[in-house]
Every structure is written in C-alpha cells, then in structure tokens.
Design a protein around this ligand. Structure first.
Ligand SMILES: *[C@@H]1O[C@H](CO)[C@@H](O)[C@H](O)[C@H]1NC(C)=O
Ligand SMILES: *[C@@H]1O[C@H](CO)[C@@H](O)[C@H](O)[C@H]1NC(C)=O
Ligand SMILES: *[C@@H]1O[C@H](CO)[C@@H](O)[C@H](O)[C@H]1NC(C)=O
Ligand SMILES: *[C@@H]1O[C@H](CO)[C@@H](O)[C@H](O)[C@H]1NC(C)=O
Ligand SMILES: *[C@@H]1O[C@H](CO)[C@@H](O)[C@H](O)[C@H]1NC(C)=O
Length: 248
C-alpha cells in the first residue's frame, strides 16, 4: 500500500480531527481511548420543537459512529438530483461523547475528508488492512429486502472487531423521519431517523451532525453525470439484541 495513503490516514485520524479533543481529555498524555465505551446514558442533541426525529423511550443508545464517506446522486427526469446510495466508514467514538468539542468534531473531519484525493472504498480497504479497534461498521446500500424495488441503507458491523463474522450484526432500515440540517440545509444533508427492517444490531438509527453532501439544486437529465459527494455525519444506534455480547 502506498506510503502516501498510510500517512494520509494517520493524519486524518491522529491529527486533524482528533487532536483538539485529545487535548481536552488528557492534556498531558496523548494516549486516550476513543472506542469501546458504554453510551447508554448518552442523549443526542436534537433541535427543539420538531417531531421528525424522536428518541425511543424503550431503548437506549448502543453504539455511536463518526462516519466519513460519499453520498451518491443521479440526475432525474425532473432535472434535479436524487440520492441513490452511499458508502461510508464508521469510527467508534463512544469514549469521547462527553468531550466539549464532540459537538463539532464532524467539522474538523469534513475539512480533511473533503480534500482527500482517494476513493472511499480504497480508504476502507486500507483501514481494514491496519484493522484498528476503532472501526465500528460500514454503511452502504443494498436492494430493498421487503419490496425488491430500489435500495435500502445498511450498516454492517460484521467485517471487524467484536462482531466480526456475527451473522446478524447489521441493520437494514427504512425511513421514519427527516429534518433539514439545522446547521446549513443548503450544504448539509438532512438529519434522519430510520427504523429496523432486518438485522439485530439496532432497532433504530439517527443520522445527526451532518456536514456536506447536498448536491447542486439542478442538473440536466440525460447529460449530467452521476455524482459522489463527500460527507461526514454521526450515526447513533439504539437498542438491538447484540449490544451485551459486544465490546462493552
Ligand atoms: C418551542 O415551542 C414553544 C411553544 O410553541 C415555544 O414557547 C418555545 O419558545 C419554542 N422553543 C424554541 C427553542 O424554539
Ligand atoms: C425533484 O423535482 C420533483 C418535481 O418537481 C420533486 O417532486 C422532487 O421532490 C424533487 N426532488 C428533490 C430531491 O428535490
Ligand atoms: C457510490 O459511489 C461510490 C464511488 O464514489 C461507489 O463505490 C459505490 O458503489 C456507489 N454506491 C451506490 C449504491 O451507488
Ligand atoms: C450555506 O451553504 C451554502 C453552500 O455551501 C453557502 O453558499 C451559504 O453561504 C451557506 N450559508 C450560510 C448561512 O453559511
Ligand atoms: C447513475 O446512477 C444510476 C442509479 O444508480 C444508474 O442506474 C446509472 O447506471 C448510473 N449511470 C452511470 C453513467 O454510471
């Protein structure tokens, strides 16, 4: 693997996004734990006075991932873009949810990720060669398992770590709620609330703290090529039956 890519990954995770919070957590000692902490009492910061993203009352958070990747769009006959999939890598950031700058860590990561000249799939492959314990899951789309029409989002925990090879350690989901990003809805993709269709890793997932990945407002059907746009977000996983068997 190219040394340049390896160096880039090191800077992506060791330096740009995380150094600020490392200083907050352990100013005198750069060794700190990022992954593998209990987040059952964590409460995501959702905008007030909205009914689209509703935290479940019968489940607690099991996992939280800081994700970087791409959202894919294709130009429709209405000459606007529609979302047709995504590929992202999720980093387990469960140990830093109480750090003061946790609420803005996605901005630091986006600043680096949006200028990285590598395909997300190559980065994922590279990370899996190194296989650090911080890898939580991969996000991608699969054919809709219920209707067979279109695609459904999936978060897959089975390729590494505590759930490697565990058959049902994934969730395929369907939409429940969607909210324009309270940050900048022209730039940042919607926040989401999706619920389980298949898999045992979670009953519900929230996409929050999004940065990037909105496509241009218009395009020309038949000539504008498909788009892959970088984005960063957090995914909070609630419930699921595998949590106690996992890393905690
Ligand atoms: C939420 O709605 C209530 C009732 O309409 C209002 O009094 C309150 O100011 C709103 N809060 C925010 C943060 O908008
Ligand atoms: C694209 O345009 C169509 C027709 O105006 C509209 O129904 C649809 O919601 C638009 N899609 C997006 C993603 O804005
Ligand atoms: C999304 O685009 C990436 C390349 O940027 C590609 O690897 C991936 O297969 C695409 N996925 C979907 C569902 O379109
Ligand atoms: C929101 O994002 C758009 C697109 O990046 C940008 O043009 C606009 O200035 C931003 N608005 C604010 C208030 O930052
Ligand atoms: C663009 O994406 C659509 C939907 O995923 C796909 O059907 C089409 O083949 C893609 N076009 C190109 C040129 O890759």
């Amino acid at each position: 693997m190219a040394p340049a890519l390896s160096a880039l990954l090191t800077s992506l995770f060791a330096s740009a996004a995380f150094n600020a919070i490392v200083d907050e957590i352990q100013p005198s000692d750069k060794l700190f734990q990022l992954s593998g902490c209990d987040i059952s009492t964590f409460v995501p910061d959702l905008p007030p006075n909205q009914s689209q993203l509703v935290l479940p009352t019968n489940a607690t958070p099991s996992f939280i991932g800081l994700a970087f990747g791409v959202q894919n769009y294709t130009c429709t006959q209405s000459n606007n873009f529609t979302n047709v999939g995504a590929v992202a890598e999720l980093i387990d950031v469960s140990c830093i949810v109480s750090a003061p700058s946790f609420s803005t860590i996605q901005n630091s990561l986006y600043d680096v990720w949006s200028i990285v000249p590598y395909h997300i799939q190559d980065i994922i492959n590279m990370m899996h060669l190194i296989n650090p314990p911080e890898i939580l899951a991969q996000h991608y789309f699969v054919p809709n398992p219920v209707t067979g029409q279109g695609v459904s989002p999936k978060w897959d925990f089975r390729s590494s770590g505590a759930f490697e090879g565990v058959q049902d350690a994934f969730i395929i989901a369907k939409g429940k709620g969607t909210l324009p990003a309270p940050t900048n809805s022209t730039r940042d993709v919607n926040w989401l609330d999706v619920v389980n269709v298949e898999g045992d890793i979670a009953s519900e997932v929230f996409r929050i703290d999004t940065v990037g990945h909105q496509p241009p407002a218009t395009c020309t059907f038949g000539s504008t090529p498909n788009l892959s746009v970088p984005y960063v977000s957090k995914y909070v996983f609630y419930g699921g039956s595998l949590y106690h068997a996992g890393a905690h």
